[in-house]
Design a protein around this ligand. Structure first.
Ligand code: CO
Length: 208
């Protein structure tokens, strides 16, 4: 890859955007008002805006290995708090993807150094859903299911935050769990029961 090409691509992109309206970048420079927070995997195949057909200004994005929402990760927690409390997004999405290297690594016995504590959180998901996962004989299907369950558990982690609990109460913010199928390009809504999960965990995790 010739890195200079990136700057050539950028020039073309500017021209395309200006063709939609000469004040395109003037508007962009005035500020952002996204309605959606997207938390996805860093995987290069899983773009955020592109797969949703959204453009600059429409989605606040956080990506990390295996789309994790970890309560002591200052990075993801700052993003969630800023997006929910300041930008006032009304939709929060956790988007995982099939063939996720992070999820695969968590299913294997290997010492991956600094990645161990990160991937440990996925092993915890496996432990919580061990009975269901161990009953799946086909390794690929088991791997796909762990991707889905990991998305679901990261949604649960989102619901454990004071920011999400307060925004749900005050303005009916919603949390969604999706999976991107890299084999077909399809975005799949896992239809997680956001309100059911919220009711179920509030006995223990009620903060606000
Ligand atoms: Co991934």
């Amino acid at each position: 890859m010739d890195i200079k090409q990136v700057f050539e691509n950028n020039k073309k992109w500017i021209a395309e955007k200006l063709a939609t309206g000469p004040d395109y970048f003037d508007k962009l420079g005035q500020g952002q008002n996204p309605e959606l927070l997207y938390i996805g995997c860093s995987d290069s195949r899983v773009t955020a805006e592109e797969l949703m057909g959204l453009g600059p200004g429409e989605v606040f994005v956080h990506r990390n290995i295996a789309n994790m929402v970890i309560s002591i990760d200052l990075n993801v927690m700052s993003v969630i708090n800023y997006a929910v409390n300041n930008l006032k997004v009304n939709h929060v999405v956790v988007c995982g993807h099939y063939a996720c290297g992070g999820v695969k690594a968590a299913m294997q016995s290997a010492d991956l150094g600094i990645l161990n504590p990160w991937l440990r959180n996925i092993r915890d998901v496996y432990r919580i859903h061990r009975n269901e996962l161990n009953a799946i004989e086909d390794e690929e299907k088991k791997y796909d299911r762990l991707v889905e369950l990991n998305v679901q558990e990261q949604c649960v982690n989102l619901i454990k935050t004071a920011a999400v609990q307060k925004a749900y109460r005050d303005r009916n913010l919603k949390v969604y769990g999706w999976v991107f199928d890299v084999h077909s390009g399809k975005l799949i809504d896992l239809k997680i029961d956001f309100e059911g999960i919220l009711k179920n965990i509030m006995e223990i995790y009620h903060l606000d």
